[in-house]
Design a protein around this ligand. Structure first.
Ligand SMILES: N#[N+]C[C@@H]1[C@@H](O)[C@H](O)[C@@H](O)[C@@H]2O[C@H]12
Length: 445
């Protein structure tokens, strides 16, 4: 039996727009994902977050489900436009009351709440002012964060400023496949800088707040990048991919500077980054959240986009997202972060997989592929802890099947199955297995 450290926080993660539904209820304002999903052609099958998992109304039963699973912690996000419908200014007390109730219910169930301040649902009113491409957003975000620290900080000790700033900027402003659906490298690079600046401003607001014994961090999607061959060209391509996918956010947060390789490569498109900004971005944090799903394998591709790299498909196996299942990448990533970025306290804030789950006539969901995926990644996490990595918790993505962004409801990541017709929840085989892992705080190797 491989045991995890005493007090290891086993949990699940979700995000507001993906599970809550009722996006405009009780005075909430529209987010950029409400607008994006309601724009034809953006989301598979025209799916939207209008109902999702109806968590805004079913939250009490969902907390009971978390208690049944024996979760030690639960990571969720606050919908900024539910609390500040215009993104700034007047507070929507009814919207805020939803999160008060949820936090109280989690604490009553003995579940540690981890709040993500921003999980992609920017108030539409702020997008109308340029969104993350407008430098003023850093101040608006810091004010929003300060409001939540003040209102929920007496009961919530663990805070995450941003979820995956790289995805927000790259997918939303450069690739255009996520909200707000822009394809503008200049805006995208400024969005990266303003996201990180907003993170730093929020950390400073946290330090100035009255949150007692609180801890704050950020969640980054990180994927180790491997060369497709040992050729000099592919090795250099992997370095470029690592700089863009990983070091673009890691280096400013931990070292107060952007990778020189990128500054040179993007040349005139690179945003101004005054030293004062970089110092704010590097305001010390208490932990780093890592979202790990898979790795990248890249080759040199002359003239292919701004990185001149191409992804090289691997034999697999793969998840329903087409992502290679590569558990060793988690170990390699954790040990690298530990060694290169000062041995920070780490949480896996997301790890999980989509598979084509079926609700059997018997009423069960035998998702043995997801169970095996999780088991192999838990083993790598344990291996990293044995190697000295200060990993203190693991949040499975996700608690329940939910709105998978541009894929709509076609991809199921949950350890709990959601029948969207009836909103019935069914704990999958992986969920029953995870409950045992949590109870024993370990697994068989
Ligand atoms: N795709 N995918 C699954 C999962 C997504 O559902 C989360 O919202 C993101 O934080 C991260 O991308 C990971």
């Amino acid at each position: 039996m491989l045991r995890f450290p005493e007090g290891f926080l086993w949990g699940c993660a979700t995000a507001a727009y993906q599970i809550e539904g009722s996006p405009l209820a009780d005075g909430a304002g529209p987010s950029i994902w409400h607008r994006f999903s309601h724009t034809p052609g953006n989301v598979e099958r025209g799916d939207t977050g209008d109902v999702a998992c109806d968590h805004y109304r079913r939250w009490r039963d969902d907390v009971a489900l978390m208690r049944e699973l024996g979760l030690k912690a639960y990571r969720f996000s606050v919908a900024w436009p539910r609390v500040l419908p215009d993104g700034r200014g007047a507070v929507n007390e009814t919207g805020l009351a939803f999160y008060h109730r949820l936090v109280d219910a989690l604490l009553e169930a003995g579940i540690v709440p981890f709040i993500t301040l921003y999980h992609w649902d920017l108030p539409g009113a702020l997008q109308d002012l340029g969104g993350w491409a407008n430098r003023d957003v850093a101040g608006w975000f810091a004010d929003y964060a300060a409001l939540l620290f003040d209102r929920l900080g007496d009961r919530v000790r663990h805070w995450i400023t941003l979820n995956e700033p790289w995805c927000v900027a790259h997918l939303g402003y450069i690739a255009g496949v996520h909200a707000p659906g822009m394809r503008d490298l200049w805006a995208g690079l400024r969005a990266v800088h303003h996201l990180l600046l907003a993170h730093g401003r929020a950390v400073q607001a946290f330090r100035a707040s009255n949150v007692k014994k609180g801890r704050i961090g950020i969640t980054l999607n990180l994927a180790p990048q491997y060369p497709a061959s040992r050729s000099e060209a592919d090795l250099a391509a992997a370095q470029r991919a690592d700089a863009y996918h990983n070091r673009l956010v890691l280096d400013p947060i931990f070292s107060g500077r952007y990778p020189e390789l990128l500054v040179r490569r993007f040349n005139d498109a690179w945003p101004d980054a005054p030293q004062a900004d970089l110092e704010t971005i590097a305001t010390p944090i208490d932990f780093l959240g890592i979202n790990y799903y898979s790795r990248g394998v890249v080759a040199h591709a002359p003239g292919a986009g701004f990185l001149e790299t191409r992804s090289v498909a691997q034999p697999g196996p793969h998840t329903a997202m087409g992502w290679e299942i590569y558990p060793e990448g988690l170990f390699e990533l954790l040990v690298r972060i530990h060694g290169e970025y000062g041995g920070p306290t780490l949480y896996i804030t997301e790890n999980g997989a989509a598979f084509d789950d079926r609700l059997e006539p018997s009423g069960g969901v035998h998702d043995t592929d997801r169970l095996d995926y999780l088991r192999r990644h838990f083993l790598q996490a344990h291996r990293a802890i044995e190697a000295g990595v200060r990993l203190q918790g693991y949040f499975v993505w996700s608690l329940m099947d939910n709105f998978e962004w541009a894929h709509g409801y076609s991809k199921r990541f949950g350890i709990v199955y959601v029948d969207y017709e009836t909103q019935r929840r069914v704990i999958k085989q992986s969920g029953h297995w995870y409950r045992e892992i949590i109870a024993r705080n370990g697994l068989e190797n």
